[in-house]
Design a protein around this ligand. Structure first.
Ligand SMILES: Nc1ncnc2c1ncn2[C@@H]1O[C@H](COP(=O)(O)OP(=O)(O)OP(=O)(O)O)[C@@H](O)[C@H]1O
Length: 652
C-alpha cells in the first residue's frame, strides 16, 4: 500500500510539473497526446493549475429548466440508464452526471456521501464543466475531443479538481450531432478501471434509444461483423428514409462502413450495400429470417438484418403533472388517499407540513405535488437535502452569505436557498439530519420570518415550508438529537406515506410509472408472471426501487415489445425478485407470501456478515478478490459492507 501511494504521489508530482512547465511557456510532457492537447488548450484559454480564469457560469432556476427542456428527449431517454448505471456503482462513492453539448450539467444521481464533496467543486446541475471554464476534465474534454475520456487525479488541469477521477463518454445523435456527455465521477482513490467501460456502454445504450426514437418511421439495417453481434449493443445501425436516402447511422456503423457525416441525406442503400432495401428484405425473407451475409464496398464482411418501421402510433401526451397534481397521486390506496385528503385541507393555509415515510415512498414527489396544487404554484419550489450537505456548507447554502463573507465564497455573495424560495415552497428533505446548531438558526427564521445571511443584514422572507424525514423524529427529540421546539414548529400537519409493501394499488402504480416513463414507446405493461413476483416482493426501496426496476426493464425492451418480462431484467434483480419465493419456471407466478425462513433472519444475516468479513480478511482487503470468492459482485459487496458498518459489525 505504501509502495502504491508513493508511486501515486510521484506520478501526481510529475503531472503537476508538466502542467507548470506548459503554463510557463516551456515544453511540458503530458502522459498522452489527448492530455497534451487539452492542457495546451487550457493554457491558451488563460487558465493556470492553481487558479481558474474567472467564475464559471452556473445556470439557476429558470435558466437551468430551459436548458433541461431543450434536451428533454435526451434527458428522458437517459434517465433510466443513468439510474441503472448508478445502481451498478451505488455505495462506491460515485456520482453519475449528464451534461448538454455546452458542458452544462443537467442531471446528477449520486452517492449522498460523495455528492456533498462533489457539490463543493460544483458537480451539480447548472454548473458548466466546459474545458474553457474548468480546465481539463472528463465532461469538457470529451465534448471537445468527441471521444470517451478518463481524467484521473492530477491529470485535471486545475488543482482544485485533482481529488476527482472522472470517466465520460460523448452522446452522439444518429446525424453525428453531439448531444451531451454522460460521466461517472468519484474520489480518485476509489476509482475502478471498469468505470470507463460502464460509462461507454451506458452512452451506447442512450444513443441506441435516441436512435430508435429518431427513426421510428425509417427502415433500419442492423449489422455486425459476426452473426452473434447482430442485435447487441455493438451492432452497427443505419436508417433509410421513405425517399431511400441515408437518414442516420450510429458510431459503429459509421466506422464499419467508412461513412462520413456528409453522406447523410445523400447516399442510398445501393451505394452502401450494393442492393436496394427491398432486395435485401426479399433475400432475408427467402432465407427464413436469418441474418444476410454481405460484403459491402466499404470493406469487410457483415451479417445484416432488415428492420421495417412500425405502424404509425399516436404520440402520447408527455405532461408529468395534470391539472390537479395531488389527484394524480391517488392511485387507489386508502392510506395514500387519506394523506392526500389531509394535505388538501392544509393547502393555502400557513401550516408547515411534515411528510414521514421510509426511503423511496414518494415524499419528494408528494412535496412537489403539494406545491403544484397549491396557491404558490407560480412561485419557486426549492428543495434542499439536509443529509447531502456537509455540515460546514449547510449554513451558507441555506441562509446565504454577503459578498466576501469567507474565503472561497462567490464574489457577489449568495442569497441562500431560503431566500430563493421566496413566494414559493421550501422543501427540507431529511430534516432529521440537520445539525443542532442549524436547527436553532432555522427555528429563528421560522419564528421571525427573517433570514440573516453570513456577514449580511437581516432580510424578510415569505415561503411555505414542507419537511420530510424517514427517521423517527419524536425519538430523535427524546434522544436530544432534534430540538423539540423545532419539531413542533415544522410538524403543523404530519402526513405519513405508507411503504410500498402495505399499499394496495401496486398495479395502478406500475401503470402510472410506465405511463410517465415510457411516453412514446410501445411498452404498456408487465408480464403476468413478473407482476405476480412484484406483488410478492417486499420492496425495501419502495417506489424508487419499483420505478428503477421498471426503467431498467423498459430500457432493455426492444423497440416493438409491449410488455416487460423476466427476460428484460438483469440477473441480480431477477434473483432478488425471486428471493424467498419458489418459482419453478422463469415466468411461473410466485407465491403471494414468501415462506417464513426456518432460521430467524437476524442470525442468518449475522452468519452471512461473518462470512463476508472473513472473505475480506482472507483476501487481504482486496475487495475484488473477496467478491470473487463470495461469488457476488463488487458493488453488492460494498453495499453489504456498508450495512454491516451501519449495524456496528466492524470495528473502525
Ligand atoms: N406516486 C408516484 N408515481 C410515480 N412515481 C413515483 C411516485 N412516488 C414516487 N415515485 C418515484 O419513486 C422515486 C422515489 O420518490 P421520492 O424521491 O419522492 O421518494 P422519497 O420518499 O423522497 O425518498 P427519500 O426518502 O430517499 O428521499 C422517484 O423516482 C419517483 O419518481
Amino acid at each position: 500500500m505504501d509502495h502504491l501511494s508513493t508511486h501515486h504521489d510521484d506520478r501526481s508530482a510529475r503531472l503537476r510539473a508538466g502542467k507548470e512547465r506548459l503554463s510557463a511557456g516551456l515544453p511540458g510532457a503530458a502522459p498522452s497526446p489527448l492530455l497534451a492537447r487539452s492542457w495546451q488548450r487550457c493554457v491558451s484559454a488563460g487558465l493556470a493549475p492553481d487558479r481558474a480564469a474567472g467564475e464559471a457560469p452556473h445556470l439557476c432556476g429558470a435558466e437551468l429548466r430551459a436548458a433541461q427542456e431543450r434536451v428533454s428527449d435526451l434527458a428522458l431517454r437517459a434517465r433510466p440508464i443513468i439510474e441503472y448505471l448508478y445502481g451498478q456503482i451505488r455505495d462506491s462513492g460515485c456520482i453519475v452526471l449528464l451534461s448538454d453539448c455546452n458542458g452544462f450539467l443537467l442531471d446528477a444521481v449520486g452517492d449522498p456521501g460523495f455528492s456533498g464533496r462533489a457539490a463543493r467543486v460544483a458537480l451539480q446541475p447548472g454548473a458548466s464543466w466546459a474545458e474553457t471554464d474548468r480546465g481539463t476534465n472528463a465532461v469538457g474534454t470529451a465534448l471537445i475531443e468527441a471521444a470517451p475520456v478518463v481524467v484521473h487525479g492530477a491529470e485535471h488541469f486545475l488543482e482544485r479538481n485533482n481529488f476527482l477521477a472522472c470517466a465520460a463518454a460523448p452522446l452522439t445523435a444518429s446525424t453525428g450531432e453531439l448531444l451531451g456527455v454522460i460521466d461517472i465521477s468519484c474520489d480518485q482513490r476509489v476509482y475502478h478501471p471498469h468505470t470507463f467501460g460502464l460509462v461507454r456502454a451506458a452512452a451506447q445504450m442512450i444513443e441506441n434509444r435516441m436512435f430508435e426514437m429518431s427513426h421510428l418511421r425509417d427502415v433500419k439495417l442492423r449489422f455486425h461483423a459476426s452473426r452473434q453481434g447482430v442485435g447487441t449493443l455493438a451492432e452497427g445501425v443505419v436508417a433509410f428514409g421513405a425517399d431511400g436516402t441515408l437518414r442516420g447511422a450510429n458510431g459503429a456503423a459509421m466506422q464499419m462502413l467508412g461513412l462520413r457525416r456528409e453522406d447523410l441525406g445523400q447516399v442510398s442503400a445501393v451505394e452502401v450495400f450494393e442492393e436496394t432495401v427491398e432486395a435485401l428484405l426479399a433475400r432475408e425473407r427467402r432465407g427464413g429470417g436469418e441474418p444476410l451475409e454481405l460484403r459491402p464496398p466499404g470493406g469487410g464482411r457483415v451479417f445484416l438484418r432488415v428492420d421495417m418501421p412500425r405502424a404509425a402510433r399516436p404520440a402520447r401526451p408527455r405532461t408529468i403533472w395534470p391539472t390537479d397534481a395531488l389527484a394524480a397521486l391517488e392511485t387507489g390506496d386508502p392510506l395514500v388517499a387519506r394523506a392526500i385528503g389531509q394535505v388538501r385541507r392544509a393547502l393555502g393555509r400557513a401550516i408547515p407540513i411534515l411528510i414521514h415515510g421510509e426511503t423511496g415512498v414518494g415524499k419528494d414527489v408528494m412535496a412537489r405535488a403539494i406545491h403544484a396544487a397549491g396557491p404558490r404554484r407560480g412561485g419557486p419550489f426549492v428543495a434542499v437535502n439536509c443529509a447531502a450537505l456537509p455540515e460546514t456548507m449547510i449554513e451558507a447554502e441555506l441562509f446565504g452569505y454577503a459578498p466576501g463573507a469567507f474565503t472561497g465564497a462567490r464574489r457577489e455573495g449568495a442569497p441562500g436557498r431560503i431566500r430563493e424560495a421566496a413566494d414559493g415552497v421550501l422543501f427540507l428533505d431529511e430534516i432529521g439530519d440537520m445539525p443542532l446548531a442549524m436547527q436553532t438558526r432555522l427555528l429563528r427564521v421560522l419564528e421571525e420570518r427573517v433570514v440573516t445571511p453570513l456577514g449580511g443584514r437581516p432580510a424578510p422572507v415569505d415561503f411555505a415550508l414542507i419537511c420530510a424525514t424517514n427517521c423517527d423524529l419524536r425519538r430523535a427529540v427524546a434522544e436530544g438529537r432534534f430540538r423539540a421546539d423545532l419539531f413542533y414548529r415544522i410538524n403543523g400537519l404530519g402526513v405519513a406515506l405508507p411503504p410500498l409493501r402495505r399499499r394496495t394499488d401496486l398495479d395502478a402504480l406500475v401503470e402510472r410509472i410506465l405511463r410517465l416513463d415510457a411516453a412514446g414507446e410501445t411498452v404498456r405493461g408487465v408480464a403476468p408472471g413478473l407482476m405476480a413476483a412484484f406483488r410478492a416482493h417486499d420492496w425495501p426501496g419502495n417506489i424508487r426501487q419499483l420505478a428503477n426496476v421498471l426503467r431498467i426493464g423498459l430500457s432493455m425492451c426492444e423497440a416493438d415489445e409491449t410488455e416487460i418480462g423476466w427476460e428484460h431484467l438483469p440477473d441480480d434483480i431477477a434473483e432478488e425478485l425471486r428471493g424467498g419465493a419458489r418459482p419453478a419456471k422463469a415466468d411461473a407466478p410466485v407465491a403471494a407470501v414468501a415462506p417464513a425462513p426456518a432460521v430467524p433472519a437476524a442470525s442468518l444475516r449475522e452468519g452471512a456478515d461473518q462470512l463476508i468479513l472473513q472473505a475480506i480478511e482472507a483476501a487481504g482487503g482486496n475487495m475484488s478478490r473477496a467478491a470473487r470468492r463470495l461469488g457476488i459482485s463488487r458493488n453488492t459487496l460494498y453495499r453489504r459492507l456498508a450495512l454491516i458498518r451501519e449495524d456496528g459489525g466492524q470495528p473502525g
